[in-house]
Design a binder for this molecule. Sequence first.
Ligand code: C5P
Length: 343
Amino acid sequence: MLRDVSTPTGPRAVTAVAPAKINLHLAVGDVRADGFHELVTVYRAVDLWEEVTVAIEAAGPDDETAGSEDDVAGPDDDVTVAVSGPGADQVPTDRTNLAARAVDLLREEVGSYARIAIRIRKGVPVAGGMAGGSADAAAALVATDRLLGLGLSRAELEQRGSRLGSDVPFCIRGGTALGTGRGEELATLLHARGEQHVVVALAAGGLSTPVVFGELDRLRAERGAAEQGDGRAVPRAGGTERLVQALAGDDPAAVAALLVNDMEPAALSLMPALRRTLRAGREAGALGGMVSGSGPTCLFFCADREHAIAVAAEISESGVAREVRITSGPVGGARITSDATGD
Ligand code: C5P
């Protein structure tokens, strides 16, 4: 690891990355008293990454490494956020940014007055149902923990993450995991190691997660809900057992046959054009296709990388997607990639 030990009071920065998630199984229960929906989901981390750098620009009066007290930032300007990469203009750069909230959470915990500059490089579609914002929070937590020398365990970081968003703990953990509660209670699926090659079709525009949950509630109220759908009723996913078994094997077709997303009817209702995208993926020969989480990104599961390249080319040619990418998983969770703290 590269460390800048030459100037312990000079610029200090830590960079971390965190992966996108997909949900291979997403069963949505009824809305709870706190407004969240009870979920049973099989999360998988895939090889698309958010990169977050947190840098101390100046420190507070209690810090021996601080400059003069004049260097201490006011409450409004002590965290700055800069975002680059695809879709950067749609990401907030104020205190509502999830990475800024992650930094604030840990700064408050240690009573730090450090003025922190956050740089985010987007690698995950914005508002695409792949937890791009949650990955920012995950990477920011891991990086800020190191920057401020907190020494929190992974479990402690996940616990902090669950306060910022339902998917944040998984973006810290990575791999493949069963998520319950509102998605934040995780059990790693150690045997689910079979690799997936996935074509990611990005839509023009995004979908807001709460709006899609609301649409699902509305559709269920209007048409009724049924176990694995009949007629007009909105389907409800069954258990995860068969999928978990299939994930332990090496047959991508067996996995593809068991993919399920309860949110798909709601995403399709809000963005009917996604039907064409799903059809294009099927016609391109994908083993299975689905809307990713709350959408509008669509995922197409393939036999191997070569197959994914061929399917991606056909979907791209059909013109149904704004952009097409290829990814694979499982990959690990959030990790530090560069540490110039000098510690
Ligand atoms: O947890 P997160 O901040 O990502 O959730 C965003 C919104 O999505 C929540 O405010 C809620 O409206 C909805 N949501 C939900 N049930 C979940 C997770 C999220 O209704 N399990």
